[in-house]
Design a binder for this molecule. Structure first.
Ligand SMILES: Cc1cc2nc3c(=O)[nH]c(=O)nc-3n(C[C@H](O)[C@H](O)[C@H](O)COP(=O)(O)OP(=O)(O)OC[C@H]3O[C@@H](n4cnc5c(N)ncnc54)[C@H](O)[C@@H]3O)c2cc1C
Length: 290
């Protein structure tokens, strides 16, 4: 179905339809509709600039939303999607976790079982796509979608095994794991070890190989690190809601982001996704072409 949708242009037209519904008009670059792009650092330290955590805390304190769907490492060292209802919950979720968690499902639980109506969600591009689809059938829910940039995600148990083989550390117990400039870097008790992300390809989720959205194009505001100096986050403000939330960050230090670098990563992911789909589904594709 995915192949058919991509091949016939349906996938892009579907994304455009959702974009039109939820983002409205705006300037457009390779990374989608936007109002403003900048490199930002806040006084909070997160994965990069702590921007996502700061946006959530400020937004909750100013009553933009009363709950947020975030991912934190639980007491059993397993990552989990949770409904955060106060700033402490939000802070406990800072940092990137290289695993796909049930974010859209938590959002539905927050609405249907907890009666939440004003919710912020942090999600990867595929999750924001799914959320917008769900949002169509929940017109009375006020959703603030904060999207992350994402080149690929992993099957955690395969990633853990691969990291153990390559770097001889247990991913469950390390203090910090980050992807930066094509390297997977693990820090633990003063020691840092790393490997190339391309050496982790066997742990990448199959669906990610075909994905063509790098910057969460359907979010109200997207955050990543590509395009920013170290310690800063790249922020793409896409909607009025995203702009109002961004304006709450009074303590931010901003500089210009490298739009060209973002656009290059966008087209690299787009081309890679289409090429992979052609390669893996060549039989299906070729048969149809004959
Ligand atoms: C799997 C993955 C792949 C990424 N790939 C890239 C990339 O290729 N290039 C790039 O520029 N940026 C990438 N990012 C984004 C980058 O790692 C940072 O998340 C982003 O720069 C925000 O930094 P911050 O300091 O503002 O976030 P923080 O203030 O530290 O907050 C991080 C927020 O992200 C949420 N979160 C963490 N892990 C997940 C997850 N698995 N699913 C959903 N939400 C989550 C947390 O709940 C938290 O609210 C990726 C992130 C993830 C999770």
């Amino acid at each position: 179905m995915r192949a058919e949708a991509l091949k016939s242009g349906e996938e892009r037209s579907h994304r455009s339809e959702l974009e039109h519904l939820f983002l409205g008009e705006g300037s457009r670059e390779g990374f989608g509709v936007f109002r403003k792009v900048s490199a930002v650092q806040t006084t909070l330290s997160g994965y990069d600039g702590g921007v996502v955590t700061s946006l959530l805390i400020k937004g909750m304190k100013r009553n933009f939303f009363d709950s947020a769907i975030v991912v934190r490492r639980g007491n059993n060292k397993k990552n989990e999607a949770v409904i955060a209802e106060d700033p402490d919950d939000i802070i406990s979720a800072k940092g990137s976790k290289y695993e796909l968690l049930p974010i859209p499902e938590k959002f539905v639980e927050a609405v249907q079982e907890r009666g939440k109506k004003r919710i912020a969600v942090v999600g990867l591009p595929c999750q924001i796509f799914g959320l917008r689809e769900i949002q169509r059938s929940m017109p009375d829910v006020d959703l603030t979608a904060i999207g992350l940039f994402c080149m690929e995600n992993f099957r955690y148990y395969l990633l853990k095994k691969r990291i153990k083989d390559l770097l001889h550390v247990d991913l469950d117990t390390v203090e910090r794991a980050v992807i930066s400039k094509g390297n997977f870097i693990v820090s633990d008790r003063g020691k840092t070890v790393s490997c190339r992300v391309k050496d982790l390809i066997t742990a990448v989720r199959t669906g990610c190989l075909f994905c063509t959205d790098f910057t969460s194009e359907l979010a109200d505001i997207s955050v990543g690190m590509v395009g920013s100096p170290d310690g800063y986050s790249t922020v793409i403000v896409r909607t009025q809601k995203g702009e109002e939330l961004f304006n709450l960050l009074k303590d931010r230090d901003s500089t210009s982001a490298d739009n060209g670098e973002i656009a290059r990563m966008v087209s690299r992911k787009d081309k890679h996704g289409i090429d992979q789909l052609r390669k893996y589904l060549s039989l299906f594709w070729d048969a149809d072409e004959r």
